[in-house]
Design a binder for this molecule. Structure first.
Ligand code: NAD
Ligand code: MG
Length: 396
């Protein structure tokens, strides 16, 4: 039935990244249902032009304004009539425009907030991978989406799992029938190590995730467990549950993507191979199921499912995220900004692995927490935390 209607027009922001590639893979399997109408990237002009050749969008955006000429020339040389754009304002405009009805929000970091808010206000279907926007401005974004009539479908595997489990009943989002949600965590590449054993770890070791293939920033976040901390805050906003009813369970096989326990004693889980194409297919097709190119789960071949508690001493980032969520207001924005700056410095070899939690803790204890009523307040907190953290790195 669906194939008789016009295909959905999909904008993929963060197209040159890991989630972007998975989204484009699923979309290309269903040319009758989805068309790529906008592709956007941060700075990778060549890769963006190559994706435009493959997917023929009407618009392409490069976020760095200095690269506009390179994008325009690259598209022309490729013989494409894709319209070139540059800058953050172009991202916001296209996210809200008639050029798309669906946005895959897969920019990494707080840079993804503005265009996601624009799509929310314009009532789009948002496939939300960019968790940092929820951590930075969760209340604002959820409110904007509800006012604009937007539909937010989580792409993070844990939140997609919870989203799917919650759809099994009418307890849905006021949380009445839900006792708690359990977010699973792989434990990252350093699971089982003590704090002392984490002192010398390198960026190359940190980004070598045992189960998921992901961009560098989220890979480091997985190694520090900050990723799980950000996800707890993300879950709080998406599903409207207080922190006490969100728990974290380490599950090294990464096959159970998360669980929901209901008041009647039922626990539902969603399982599958660790492949983001599944969650993107859920987001694109919902409430229908579409092929994602992902094989089913062979539990006999996998053999076992293990669970253990997270080690909060070796991985203090998880506790820092709980602390920021409990403090509320601008605290999660401070946590997120300090973490982005620290992770970037770690990836560039400027600081040690254990300096990441230390810098985040420093920002949280130094900066005052304000109530997060407006975007301006949140963005000011974000900027202050970036500055403070950068100064701490420069003067170390
Ligand atoms: P990535 O580093 O592979 O890709 C990031 C993309 O964002 C690239 O296309 C890059 O060009 C673009 N970008 C960077 N800065 C930008 C800017 N200022 N303006 C516009 N575009 C910019 O990252 P990823 O692993 O694909 O992750 C993307 C987001 O999805 C992150 O928020 C991450 O936490 C989330 N996520 C990723 C996965 C995964 O499996 N990779 C899983 C769950 C959630
Ligand atoms: Mg996740």
């Amino acid at each position: 039935m669906h194939s008789l209607s016009a295909p959905r027009q999909v904008a993929v922001f963060g197209a040159t990244g890991s989630v972007g590639a998975s989204a484009l893979d699923v979309i290309a399997r269903h040319p009758d249902r989805y068309r790529v109408s906008v592709l956007a990237a941060g700075r990778q002009v060549q890769a963006l032009v190559a994706l435009c050749l493959a997917h023929r969008p009407a618009h392409a955006v490069i976020a760095d304004p200095a690269l506009y000429g390179a994008l325009r020339d690259g598209l022309r040389e490729a013989g494409l009539d894709t319209q070139p754009h540059a800058g953050a304002a172009a991202l916001d405009e296209l996210a809200a425009s008639a050029a798309c009805d669906t946005l895959v929000a897969a920019i990494v970091g707080a840079a993804g907030l503005s265009s996601t808010l624009a799509a929310a206000a314009a009532g789009k279907r948002i496939l939300l991978a960019n968790k940092e926007s929820l951590v930075l401005a969760g209340e604002l974004l959820m409110r904007q989406a509800s006012l604009g009539g937007a539909e937010i479908i989580p792409i993070d595997s844990e939140h997609s799992a919870i989203f799917q489990c919650l759809r099994s009943c009418d307890a849905s989002f006021d949380g009445a029938g839900v006792r708690r949600i359990l977010l699973t965590a792989s434990g990252g590449p350093f699971r089982g190590r003590s704090r002392a054993q984490l002192e010398q770890v390198t960026p190359a070791q940190a980004v070598a995730h045992p189960k998921w293939s992901m961009g560098p920033k989220i890979s480091v976040d997985s190694a520090t467990l900050m990723n799980k901390g950000l996800e707890v805050i993300e879950a709080h906003h998406l599903f409207g549950l207080p922190g006490e009813r969100i728990e974290v369970l380490v599950h090294p096989q990464s096959l159970v993507h998360s669980l929901v326990e209901f008041v009647d004693g039922s626990t539902l889980a969603q399982l599958g191979l660790p492949d983001m194409r599944t969650t993107l297919a859920v987001g694109l097709g919902w409430p229908q199921r579409i092929d994602a190119g992902v094989a089913g789960l062979d539990l006999l071949a996998q053999g076992r499912l293990d669970f253990e508690p997270p080690d909060r001493d070796a991985f203090p980032c998880l506790g820092l995220a709980w602390q920021a969520m409990a403090a509320g207001g601008t605290a999660p924005a401070i946590l997120n900004a300090a973490n982005e700056v620290a992770v970037s410095a770690f990836l560039q070899g400027q600081i040690a692995f254990l300096a990441i939690p230390a810098l985040v803790a420093n920002a949280l204890s130094t900066l005052s927490v304000d109530s997060a009523d407006t975007l301006e307040v949140l963005l000011t907190a974000d900027q202050r935390a970036r500055q403070l953290t950068q100064d701490a790195i420069d003067h170390a």
